[in-house]
Design a protein around this ligand. Structure first.
Ligand SMILES: Nc1nc2c(ncn2[C@@H]2O[C@H](COP(=O)(O)OP(=O)(O)OP(=O)(O)O)[C@@H](O)[C@H]2O)c(=O)[nH]1
Length: 661
């Protein structure tokens, strides 16, 4: 009955949303329509006392990007009747709630869903955490796994083991999780389940007999996955009578209720009205609401050991919700659980409003959005060209792009983002090091000369893994060396030494991070016809010959365009950017030299010719002297303009420049 009602609400919403005002067509309204029937559902799940640890399974789905995590999550939610059976177009990736996730078909935020599953006389409580696949969001994966005892390792049967399959496997293994190997997309004509099962054996040592073969799309084999979750994943451990220990692994922000935390109860029982305190900040709170995600919020009477749910506790500032923090009952302190490494920003960029009067509004929107995306670092900055803005740190360029789109979608912001920069370590002669993530703060060449304040620079490097069919191996090798790669190693990945050229090679190399944040990924895909997969992890810093490149328009440097480049690539990069600027700057009444320079040395130059106003247009007949007089006046005023003139680089030109490749 409830499911029919819920489904009817969604159908009505989807069918009639075109008649709703624009502001009511968003995914959050859709989610509201969807969750409204949950209020009725509360009666069925209102007591969590019936779910001791033995009947709880906490698990995550991990995989390479696009291998089908969200689709499998949909099928599991359907099988357990958490959502209704698929109605065309309705249950597509229910846990991908953000507009950007639906538009791009990727998961960017881990989501939690609790399901009930009856097996024999027992009703199990299964807590699923759907994780993103892209390398930029691997922090979300690591965070989600901290609340689980098991993980479904999903591998696409037509693509085989890919770079991220390997990295997420190792993260899950290092956390001691039980791994259930699942081969997905066996319905595809190109699927080679037996071959991929052998690959999994060769790469992870997984026995082919343990691999479950499914099609998340058609639902084939998904019941077996449910069974394996119950049989193979160990239940959590925790005593209800022990002191309360609640582990905070995610948080979001609600305009009315403040911070909503997702917590995993390790021991003790948490109830509404309880007074709790944070091990990290020692601040005290009162629990005002708690419950489970089903998959929308459903209030419950309590949360018991092993359970995962949301907790609202009048926490006003999202900075108070430290990911990895432990909460305890006031007066009964406990030892904090080991937290996890905070997210480390890999790329930084300046974000400015298109209309500089909108800065305060933009800053507010950035603050609000970063409450739901805790991995973004925010500081204020000012540019003489773009006015006031914020410098943001992201986990990668996809993360940066997703954040920009969310600002536009969810906050209606119009922004300009400067070119991404990685954080460099500048070594000073006084023995102190500083991290510079803004080209404006990077030392000038003169600072490196003897007697200057800086003695060297180190750049961040990563250990990159590429998996590619053998026939693209040499193209990949070239790409690695073009991008200053070193320490290249490789070995055949597939078990039986395939000599047809279809066998795959696993390559590892050390690459400067700055090389991969530009167009490395696009080149990798185009040179391997889309077959290469790529993953990387932080590998520290190495000494490097980096220089600050400035761009001058009409002799004046434009701070927002400054770049930090490697000395070997400087001339090429300078020429490319000068060409880009040449294309986007509108011609003005005077000539504009566009230059790329390092210190005082100009590396590239183009001159944008002046726009010539036809001052003789109104003159008829052959008055040669009058014509010359007009032309001379024009020449003189242009000369003055050039002398006093400031080039106005319109915001749109910046936009074109920074969005062009
Ligand atoms: N043919 C077929 N297609 C599938 C199957 N499972 C998923 N897909 C398709 O594969 C694509 C990616 O599926 P998703 O569920 O979004 O993959 P994901 O792993 O959640 O993606 P990210 O979260 O972005 O990493 C979608 O177009 C799905 O319809 C399957 O079993 N068979």
């Amino acid at each position: 009955m409830l499911q029919t009602w819920r489904q009817a609400c969604l159908k009505v919403f989807d069918r009639h949303q075109k008649y709703l005002p624009q502001s009511c067509r968003s995914q959050s309204w859709r989610a509201f329509t969807y969750s409204a029937p949950c209020m009725a559902l509360q009666k069925t799940v209102s007591t969590m006392e019936d779910y001791p640890c033995e009947v709880i399974r906490n698990f995550s789905i991990i995989a390479h990007i696009d291998h089908g995590k969200s689709t499998l999550a949909d099928r599991l939610l359907e099988l357990t009747r958490t959502i209704n059976k698929r109605v065309k177009g309705v249950n597509a990736q229910v846990l991908d709630k953000l507009k950007v996730e639906r538009e791009r078909g990727i998961t960017v935020k881990a989501q939690t869903a609790s399901m009930f599953h009856d097996k024999g006389d027992t009703r199990y409580l299964l807590n699923l955490i759907d994780t993103p696949g892209h390398v930029d969001f691997s922090w979300e994966v690591a965070r989600s796994l901290a609340a689980c005892q098991g993980a479904l390792l999903l591998v696409d049967a037509s693509q085989g083991v890919q770079a991220q399959s390997i990295s997420v496997y190792h993260v899950a293994k290092s956390k001691g999780l039980t791994i259930i190997p699942v081969l997905n997309k066996i319905d595809l004509p190109a699927a080679q389940p037996d071959m991929v099962a052998k690959q999994m054996h060769a790469t992870f040592g997984i026995e082919p007999a343990d691999v479950i073969k499914i099609s998340a799309k058609t639902g084939k084999g998904v019941e077996q996955v449910l069974q394996a979750i119950i049989d193979r994943i160990p239940p959590p451990v925790g005593e209800p009578l022990d002191p309360l220990k609640a582990f905070l692994f995610d948080s979001s922000y609600d305009r009315y209720r403040g911070v909503i935390s997702l917590m995993n109860i390790q021991s003790g029982v948490l109830r509404k009205g309880d007074k709790i305190a944070s091990c990290f900040t020692r601040k005290k709170y009162e629990v005002t609401e708690l419950g489970i995600m089903h998959p929308e919020e459903v209030s419950t009477d309590c949360l018991r050991p092993g359970q995962v749910g949301f907790v609202a506790c009048s926490m006003k500032e999202s900075a108070e919700a430290h990911i990895g923090d432990t909460f305890y009952r006031v007066g009964h302190p406990v030892d904090p659980m080991p937290g996890f490494k905070p997210a480390k920003a890999m790329v930084y960029a300046g974000v400015y409003p298109v209309d500089s009067n909108d800065f305060l509004k933009l800053e507010e929107s950035i603050k609000r959005l970063s409450l739901t995306d805790r991995s973004v670092e925010v500081t204020r900055e000012t540019s003489s060209a773009l006015g006031q803005g914020c410098r943001l740190g992201f986990l990668g360029t996809l993360h940066m792009d997703v954040f920009r789109q969310r600002l536009e979608d969810e906050y209606n912001a119009d922004v300009i983002i400067t070119a991404p920069t990685v954080p460099y370590k500048v070594l000073h002669r006084n023995g102190k090091d500083s991290i510079v993530s803004n080209p404006t703060d990077f030392p000038e060449p003169a600072d490196f000369a003897s007697g200057g304040r800086a003695k060297g620079v180190e750049e961040p490097i990563v250990k990159a893994t590429i998996i590619v069919p053998e026939k693209y191996f040499s193209a990949m090798m070239e790409l690695v060396f073009e991008n200053r790669g070193t320490g290249l190693e490789w070995h055949a990945l597939d078990a039986d030494g395939d000599t047809s050229g279809d066998g795959r090679v696993l390559m590892t190399a050390t690459l400067p991070l700055t090389e991969i944040v530009t167009d490395f990924f696009d080149k990798l895909k185009s040179r391997s016809s889309g077959f290469a997969s790529f993953d990387y992890e932080d590998a520290g810093y190495q000494a490097s010959d980096m220089r600050k490149m400035t761009f001058l328009l009409n002799g004046k440097p434009v701070d927002a365009l400054a770049l930090i480049v490697h000395a070997d690539n400087a001339a090429n990069i300078g020429r490319r950017w000068v060409d880009k600027l040449f294309k986007v700057i509108p011609r003005q009444l005077f000539e504009i030299p566009i230059q790329a320079a390092i210190g005082g040395k100009v590396l590239a130059r183009r001159t944008l010719s002046a726009m010539r106003a036809d001052v003789t247009a109104g003159l008829y007949g052959g008055h040669y002297e009058r014509k010359m007089k007009h032309l001379n006046n024009q020449k003189e005023s242009k000369r003055k303009m050039k002398r006093v003139g400031q080039v106005d680089l319109p915001q749109e030109a910046f936009f074109d420049l920074l969005s062009s490749k």
